[in-house]
Write a new protein. Structure first.
Length: 116
């Protein structure tokens, strides 16, 4: 990739690299979520959480399949445009966010609330 003359066009690449590094740093922070429900013991919470995690994992697998199809269709364009890393990361984050939403909705439907 070159701009006027034969000088390398490094600015867009540096911007993409900076964005990816920023995303990696911000996604490294995690918090612990504890689900609570009046009258539920640890065994009940664990069982219900396993059920909801199974639903979230199924949703994640489905989203990953869709993302693989999208990547098969658009991946070459992204590669040529130099945005494949950014696009792949965005798809991954979207799928993970959807799986988290499925988990949260499932636990709330069972009467649990988040603590922490």
């Amino acid at each position: 990739m070159t701009d006027r003359g034969d000088r390398p066009c490094w600015r867009p690449r540096a911007a993409i690299l900076g964005f990816l590094l920023l995303m990696a740093c911000t996604s490294a922070t995690t918090t612990t979520t504890r689900w609570v429900k009046m009258g539920a013991n640890d065994q009940t919470i664990s069982r219900e959480l396993r059920d909801c995690n199974a639903q979230a994992n199924a949703a994640l697998a489905n989203e990953q399949g869709i993302n693989a199809d999208i990547n098969a269709t658009l991946g070459r364009n992204w590669q040529l445009g130099g945005t494949q890393g950014v696009e792949t990361q965005a798809l991954r984050e979207q799928a993970t966010g959807y799986a988290d939403q499925v988990l949260n909705n499932c636990m709330r439907a069972k009467g649990f609330t988040k603590e922490g």
